[in-house]
Design a protein around this ligand. Structure first.
Ligand code: HEC
Length: 150
């Protein structure tokens, strides 16, 4: 009886470990040096940026005005897994490009909406191309379909 319990626990923890090992999130190429099990503020913020992007995409596809959140200005202050990345000039410049593209989307007219939204996704892609290619496959899904397809 006891042995059964022990092996059940063993099996369970093995499953949990192997699942977290496979991982559902895409990190940058380098392993996380600071907190191997935790997620950085920046990583959490990025996931939210993705979810919000997909939400805005849906709104635009439905012909609605996308609601643009201001909270992503935290991209400049959020603690990154590799702080030297977020402290680089390249990161700061590309973060500003991203924030500017969000602002442009917020102020976009109905005709401008499509292009402005695509520019936001492009700004994600540029920074990731430069310093964190892992999540690019996922970010690509944020693009709106070609206008001709609609
Ligand atoms: C200025 C550079 C920059 C911009 C712009 C940027 N990212 Fe990131 N992104 C990063 C860095 C650096 C990380 C690694 C964060 C960490 O691990 O601390 C990251 C991580 C991620 C992750 C993985 C998070 C995880 O689960 O570990 C996703 C997904 C992501 N970004 C999506 C996006 C999306 C969507 C956008 C645009 C709306 C975007 N990023 C814009 C630099 C950027």
């Amino acid at each position: 009886m006891k042995l059964y319990l022990v092996s059940a626990i063993f099996l369970l923890s093995y499953l949990m470990l192997s699942c977290s090992g496979l991982g559902t999130k895409e990190q940058c190429e380098t392993p996380k040096p600071l907190n191997p099990n935790g997620d950085s503020e920046l990583a959490l913020l990025m996931r939210e940026m993705f979810d919000e992007g997909m939400r805005m995409r849906e709104q635009i596809l439905n012909g609605e005005k996308p609601k643009v959140l201001k909270k992503f200005e935290a991209i400049h202050t959020a603690q990154a897994t590799e702080p030297e990345k977020a402290n680089s000039d390249a990161f700061k410049v590309m973060a500003d490009v991203y924030l500017a593209s969000l602002k442009a989307l917020k102020n976009a007219s109905e005709e401008e909406r499509y292009d402005r939204y695509q520019s936001v996704v492009q700004s994600c892609m540029s920074c990731h191309q430069a310093m964190c290619p892992g999540p690019m496959v996922r970010i690509k899904k944020m693009y709106l379909p070609e206008k001709n397809d609609q």
